[in-house]
Design a binder for this molecule. Structure first.
Ligand code: NAP
Length: 250
């Protein structure tokens, strides 16, 4: 039980990578807060997991674009559970469009969730963790945080921002006992990819030397490693979990 007694918040925890990470941490003894949009499936999924894992899974509605909701998520979690040892800053959306056709509204929406949202959650986490003198934050970046891809201007800008913001947060937080890292997933088989047609999907699979999409559980395992004591000297890094996608490009 690598996370026995730890309290973990996962944003976007109702689906895909977030949900797999919630389950993995529950298996390792942690208490979990699924933080996701009010109208998501999070409430029902948290109730099911709470039954399965001895009352260790809560749902809290939180839109990461809303500072008050993010701050309340942390205040309520501390009030109910006492502490926050780990956070997966995972909520995110996709978006594909030619750059000359992207509207201000669409661009800013992706930045607001995928970059500013990550900052809001990290800031709230740091305030709690600095008081504790310990904690670990993992931000969800992407292979598209370190490489470009056609028709993903806002997404790549946001994820590139997450990679570099992670470094800065890590430098600031290290003397206060808090580690900050990121994960860079390759293409992972989650609802985020549902918008892609079969040809696009096959093309993306072909970009991974391992010849397949990743599974959400494979990102969950990386999250578990980064927040566990096994990663006690790791901070400021982005761990690529991408079936070799970036190896072929660097
Ligand atoms: P997913 O299954 O769609 O899960 C994302 C979750 O975030 C959903 O539950 C979603 O709710 C929630 N969310 C969206 N906007 C939110 C907001 N404003 N506040 C709080 N929660 C919000 O997608 P996923 O593939 O697991 O993605 C998780 C993370 O991995 C994202 O940061 C994504 O960019 C990153 N990633 C994914 C891939 C991939 O290939 N899947 C690759 C690289 C990186 P709704 O469903 O209600 O919108």
């Amino acid at each position: 039980m690598r996370l026995q007694g730890n309290n973990v918040i996962v944003t976007g925890g109702a689906s895909g990578i977030g949900l797999a990470s919630v389950e993995r941490c529950l298996q390792e003894g942690a208490s979990l807060v699924i933080a996701d949009l009010e109208n998501s499936d999070g409430q029902a999924r948290a109730a099911r997991l709470d039954d399965q894992y001895d009352g260790r899974c809560l749902f809290k509605a939180c839109d990461v674009t809303d500072t008050a909701q993010v701050d309340r998520l942390f205040a309520d979690t501390v009030a109910e559970l006492g502490s926050v040892e780990a956070v997966f800053n995972n909520a995110g959306i996709g978006g594909i469009a030619p750059s000359d056709e992207v509207t201000d509204e669409d661009f800013l929406r992706i930045i607001d969730i995928n970059l500013s949202g990550v900052f809001r959650v990290a800031r709230a986490a740091l305030r709690v963790m600095y008081r504790q003198g310990s904690g670990s934050i993992v931000n969800c970046a992407s292979i598209l945080g370190v490489f470009g891809q056609s028709q993903t201007t806002a997404y790549t800008a946001a994820k590139g921002g997450v990679v570099n913001m992670t470094r800065t947060l890590a430098i600031e937080a290290a003397p206060k006992g808090v580690r900050v890292n990121a994960i860079g997933p390759g293409y992972i088989d989650t609802p985020l990819l549902e918008a892609l047609d079969d040809d696009m999907l096959q093309g993306l699979i072909g970009l991974h030397p391992m010849g397949r999409l990743g599974r959400p559980e494979e990102i969950a395992n990386a999250f578990l490693f980064l927040v566990s004591d096994e990663a006690s000297f790791i901070t400021g890094t982005t761990l690529m979990v991408d079936g070799g996608f970036t190896a072929g490009k660097s």
